[in-house]
Design a protein around this ligand. Structure first.
Ligand code: XMP
Length: 507
């Protein structure tokens, strides 16, 4: 498989370079900027990309590539800071300029190679403080903007290119075309990165492992896909365990069990620990205490299962590529099998090695695999669900009655959003319940019942969120159904707090 290696100099967009390249079916991997020549050669790349980064090339502590990286004769593309590294290395001059952020018009001066087929000019996304003042001997300007006269440079003879703008962000028109020109035309890489191919090679690799594998599944897409790949490779030597903590969405536990047992014929055990969890949570009102109890109880149930059903050599996890890389300090090549370490609070004596078959993948690639493996669409279209489950959506003590209300009302919110074709447009949607009560009238009778809060939010990454402006008719339908179908509820409210200052979950 052909590969492009991206050296990460710490730009917030470094990841996106890999994603864009993988989107046109070439494998790209992010590695630390200081990777040694020897390590780099092990990747056998078809080309190298230097990412952007926050530094200035003339700072004494500016990150630079290791000895010999510039001399590989492989095609090289520098983006932003990477561009300045190239200018500096080959005898040009970088100067501090007025900071330029946002979109600029890039005029194409030479439409061969890197900028072929992109037109006479494009909007290009800039985010830099320095710029090339003098280009190195042997290079020519192939594109400029009003403020950056050397916004794109090339030494076609050496196959080295530098661009001041970011082709990986969507705001750069034809950005993918520019990356394609580099990867496909200049580097000559083949488009052979497909998820079918990944499944085949990964299953072959996994089939070589010895010993039994334990995989905790949550019903989420990552652990499900990880389990299914391992199952394809080693069959019943994989044991999946699903801990039902009693805090899941309505019917969720049953659906997950059916999927693993009936659809996939996986060696699957569901541990019904609902009563144990709810027992430990009895009388607890503090949100942090509740979280802690749920976390500790999970480890305890999981450990007990491992002890009784072992011995296991491996613990499988659905870790994804972005989880293993932090910008600027990326840990380099992600291998399938990580060396021995203690995981997520599990005791050392279990002595498990970690198996992470999705460690090289982005979420959208995992979704693609899920489709190929015929995982029911419902599972990977569902909103993210917090680890501590409904305990973060029940304010105050968790009682069976409040839990029931939370489950039923949340189901109604989800159903109505789906019916209105809005479910996929929102980040999360549920109903929360606390101890507040309000008077209602049912028939001719006064009724003192619970208040339910509907929460529906828009977000991109859960760091910030805004309440969704749902149509009033839809809110009315949700409210009517909740009060009609759930006996103890008299009032329904809609939360209109954004994050910040609120959070997405109430606890
Ligand atoms: P907050 O409520 O902090 O939540 O705005 C942000 C996002 O994180 C989810 N969430 C959790 N997920 N364990 C999880 O796995 C947790 O303890 C947890 N708490 C909140 C929440 O659903 C939202 O998407």
């Amino acid at each position: 498989m052909d590969k492009i290696v991206v050296l990460d100099f710490g730009s917030q967009y470094s990841h996106l370079i890999c994603r864009r390249i993988r989107e046109f079916s070439v494998y790209a991997e992010l590695v630390p900027y200081d990777i040694s020549l020897e390590e780099l050669k092990k990747h056998n790349p078809k080309g190298i990309i230097f990412s952007g980064g926050p530094s200035s090339v003339y700072n004494s502590d500016a990150p630079t590539p290791a000895e010999g990286i510039f001399d590989t004769s492989l095609p090289l593309l520098g983006i932003c800071y990477g561009h300045q590294l190239i200018v500096n290395k080959y005898g040009g001059k970088v100067k501090r300029a007025n900071k330029e952020y946002g979109s600029s018009l890039l005029t194409i001066d030479n439409d061969k190679d890197l900028l072929s087929g992109v037109g006479e000019s494009v909007r290009a996304w800039m985010s830099h403080g320095d710029e090339a003042e003098e280009i190195p001997p042997g290079f020519q300007v192939i594109g400029h903007t009003e403020s950056a006269k050397a916004a794109a440079i090339a030494s076609e003879e050496k196959s080295i290119y530098g661009i001041q703008f970011h082709p990986e962000v969507v705001h750069t028109e034809q950005g993918t075309e520019i990356l394609k020109n580099f990867v496909l035309k200049v580097c000559g890489a083949s488009q052979d990165w497909t998820m079918e191919g990944f499944i085949e090679t990964e299953v072959e690799k996994l089939s070589k492992i010895q010993g039994n594998v334990l995989c905790g599944v949550s019903g989420g897409i990552d652990s499900t896909v990880a389990a299914l790949l391992i199952h394809r490779a080693i069959g019943d030597r994989l044991k999946c365990v699903f801990v039902d903590n009693g805090l899941l969405r309505l019917d969720e536990a049953k659906e997950i069990e059916e999927m693993f047992k009936n659809n996939f014929k996986v060696n699957f055990s569901a541990v019904d620990a609902g009563e144990v969890f709810l027992g430990k949570l009895k009388g607890i009102e503090d949100p942090e205490k509740k979280r802690k109890i749920v976390g500790e109880e999970f480890v305890s149930v999981f450990t007990e299962f491992a002890e009784k059903n072992g011995p296991f050599k491996w613990l499988a996890q659905g870790t994804l590529y972005p989880d293993v890389i932090e910008s600027g300090v990326s840990k380099g090549p992600a291998s399938v099998i990580k060396s021995h370490h203690n995981v997520g609070g599990l005791p050392d004596w279990l002595d498990l090695e970690v198996l992470e078959p999705l460690k090289e993948l982005y979420k959208d690639e995992v979704r693609e695999i899920a489709k190929i493996l015929e995982v029911p669409e419902k599972l990977f279209m569902r909103h993210p669900f917090p680890g501590p489950g409904l305990s973060v959506r029940i304010i105050g003590e968790i009682t069976p009655k409040k839990l029931e209300i939370c489950k039923l009302a949340s189901k109604i919110v989800e159903e109505e959003l789906m019916e209105a074709n809005l479910y996929q447009n929102v980040w999360q949607a549920y109903a929360a319940v606390g101890d507040d009560k309000a008077v209602g009238v049912v028939g001719d009778e006064r009724k003192y019942g619970n208040i339910v809060m509907i929460r529906v939010v828009d977000s991109i990454d859960a760091m910030t969120a805004d309440w969704t402006r749902l149509p009033h008719g839809l809110l009315e339908k949700m409210s009517n159904r909740i009060t009609n179908e759930i006996e103890d509820v008299t009032w329904v409210t809609y939360t209109i707090s954004s994050k910040p200052p609120a959070t997405i979950e109430p606890q």
